[in-house]
Design a protein around this ligand. Structure first.
Ligand code: GLN
Length: 491
């Protein structure tokens, strides 16, 4: 048997269904791989060895009993620590939830279990999903398997690194401003942000509720589509969930893999061209645009004049929503409680708990958000940012009257060295320059590996209209068929 950790999810599921290997064997291979490399990569915050083996055994028993298995049965998956997992620690990368074992599974995790996938454990992330490098995790950074001195992106760097290090063939992320796509780009893996409301937020620890979107991460576009199909779709327990079936992303990925984009119109966002992309990133992007044109796509330049205001609007809206969402971490209801010696008031205990439990970036966001929402400033900041959000949505609507999808580099720079951007928050925020407009609009976006710059991966982003997630998979799979996949140096 070839190395089970090097296979795609499709290949693993095929071998398990055909009885050529067992889910237990596959799971052990991945647990061994985690044991061999994760002290260097630190993709995982918690490995659920017992739970994974039990889930794998259940799949093997169902197969032995002649039951029909789903398309991803027996395939291991790593889950970002932002999603609740019943009885399994969920920290959101924060000290404030250290040791918390949720009493329930998030919808995404329920669906993963129902599909017979095997959850290996919980992956590292920037605290409360705020960051672009995983350096803001309270449990120490994750390292990029392509170069262990560099960051794996963020906030979902753990999920992306687990894929690139062959610790898992599938992973789950969450994307509020780019946290699935940017880690995908800098680790040479695929990451998709579904249409907002296309995947359930039930059991997703909230950062910015109008933007948060869980989604699939994988090493190939088809694997990501299969995972998307399993986790997506209407959930009555999420009030913003869209009551429609998931677009047929699997069929779209298969269609794209034929390498024919005849009749597909792709728009390059004009305003992104001048905005600080590294030369190596821009070169890889231009080569990919040529490759897409060779596949038959028609390439047009599109102006989205308000995209340049997306970053500042996001950094008012996201902190505002977070300042409200994080009020629930008060030392009474969840996790950490500090200073409760019987002599202190509730307010003192609350403030000592938050002082000890939240890291500097989270505190910065809560302060910005509280200020932006305060009476007297509300209209000038939050109200203004919401107006900008409407203008950005109009840019997308106008663009999609002319083209089927928009394309751009996923992020302006390749994986940067650990420690090189933490001193200046704005330098960190720039990582999401190209991904944030999609979140403000609510449409889907995917990052697919498109080339290398100085030996480090570059991602191309495809953005589609809301509920046209299938379209972005088609384009991404077509590009993948032309440029191939990218393998990091052996660890
Ligand atoms: N990097 C962005 C931020 O820090 C986006 C994070 C995310 O998508 N969760 O807010």
């Amino acid at each position: 048997m070839s190395d089970l950790t090097k296979l795609t999810a499709v290949e693993i599921a095929g071998l398990v269904a055909g009885g050529e290997t067992s889910a237990v064997e596959v799971t052990r291979a991945h647990l061994d791989r985690i044991g061999a490399v994760d002290d260097r990569v630190h993709a995982f915050l918690h490995v659920d060895t017992e739970g994974a083996l039990a889930a794998a055994r259940a799949v093997d028993e169902r197969r032995a009993a002649g039951e029909e298995l789903g398309p991803l049965a027996g395939v291991p998956v790593a889950v970002k620590d932002v999603l609740t997992t019943k009885g399994v620690p969920t920290t959101v990368g924060s000290k404030i939830l250290e040791g918390w074992r949720p009493p329930y599974d998030s919808t995404i995790v329920q669906r993963l279990r129902a599909a017979g996938t095997v959850m290996l454990g919980k992956t590292n992330m920037d605290e409360f999903a705020m960051g672009s490098s995983t350096e803001y995790s309270a449990y120490g950074p994750t390292y990029n398997p392509w170069d262990l001195s560099r960051i794996p992106g963020g906030s979902g760097g753990g999920s992306a690194a687990a894929l690139a290090a062959y610790e898992a063939p599938l992973a789950i992320g969450s994307d509020t401003g780019g946290s699935i796509r940017q880690p995908g780009a800098v680790t040479g893996t695929v990451g998709a942000k579904p249409t907002y409301g296309g995947t359930s937020r039930y059991g997703l620890v909230a950062f910015s509720s109008s933007l948060d979107t869980p989604g699939p991460c994988a090493r190939t576009v088809l694997d990501a589509a299969l995972l998307h199909q399993v986790i997506g779709g209407h959930d009555p327990r999420d009030s913003t969930s869209i009551p429609q079936p998931v677009p047929d992303v699997v069929a779209a990925a298969k269609l794209g893999a034929t390498g024919d984009l005849t009749g597909v119109r792709l728009g390059i966002v004009k305003e992104f061209a001048g905005e600080g992309g590294e030369p190596g990133v821009m070169a890889a992007f231009r080569e990919s645009v040529d490759a897409l044109a060779k596949l038959g796509a028609e390439i047009v330049e599109i102006s989205c004049p308000h995209f340049k205001y997306a970053l500042p609007a996001y950094y008012l809206i996201a902190p505002s929503e977070c300042s409200s969402n994080l009020a629930r971490f008060d030392g009474v209801r969840f996790g950490l409680r500090t200073g409760d010696d019987g002599n202190r008031s509730l307010e003192e205990v609350m403030s000592l708990t938050r002082e000890a439990g939240f890291g500097p970036e989270v505190k910065r966001r809560i302060m910005i958000g509280t200020y932006a929402l305060s009476s007297g400033y509300y209209d000038a900041y939050y109200g203004q940012a919401q107006k900008v959000r409407t203008l950005i949505t109009r840019d997308f609507t106008a663009a999609f009257e002319q083209v089927d999808a928009l394309i751009s580099p996923t992020t302006p720079f390749v994986a940067f060295p650990v420690g090189s951007r933490t001193a200046d928050p704005y330098q960190m925020y720039l990582a999401d320059l190209y991904t944030i407009p999609t979140n403000l609009y609510g449409g889907p976006g995917i990052s697919v590996p498109c080339g290398l710059s100085d030996g480090l991966p570059v991602g191309l982003q495809v953005m589609a209209p809301t509920m046209a997630d299938d379209r972005m998979y088609r384009v991404a799979a077509a590009l993948e068929s032309a440029v191939g996949t990218f393998t990091p140096p052996a660890l």
